[in-house]
Design a protein around this ligand. Sequence first.
Ligand code: FES
Ligand code: FES
Length: 160
Amino acid sequence: MDRALDIALTVNGEAVNERVEARKTLVDFLRDDLGLTGSHVGCEHGVCGACTVRVDGIIVRGCLMLAAQCGGATVETIEGLSDTGELADLQTAFEQRNALQCGFCTPAMLLTAQELLQNGATPSRNHIREHISGNYCRCTGYHAIVDAIESVAQARAAKR
Ligand code: FES
Ligand code: FES
């Protein structure tokens, strides 16, 4: 019989208290127990990046972290970051530049892009490509994604 633990954490600004199976991954917990299905499950081996979420301000692979490890943590997902507007310019740029097709990779790609840009960076296209290299996209060929991220970096820099 699987062990279960009680965990208390903050998810998208809300206090969450849940009993979880000890072996349940963070992304499965978010999707199955909390209904936050914007974080996707692809490879389940830490390769594709589709499960990317933010834990205590740092992006992590939700398939490589257990929910039970998140007691006391602050977890942010695409749903919460969309609500706060933190990613609004990136979301608009992705839409305008056709940087998504099926959208499976997009929530994680947005979180990864925001990590690169959040400290006021204006990275080169090569740097952008390197930074998103852990997030697989099967549809776009990446050019439009790099275009979108670069345009937001330049727009943010112009506002500073
Ligand atoms: S599902 Fe987590 S990296 Fe692929
Ligand atoms: S838009 Fe389909 S996987 Fe990226």
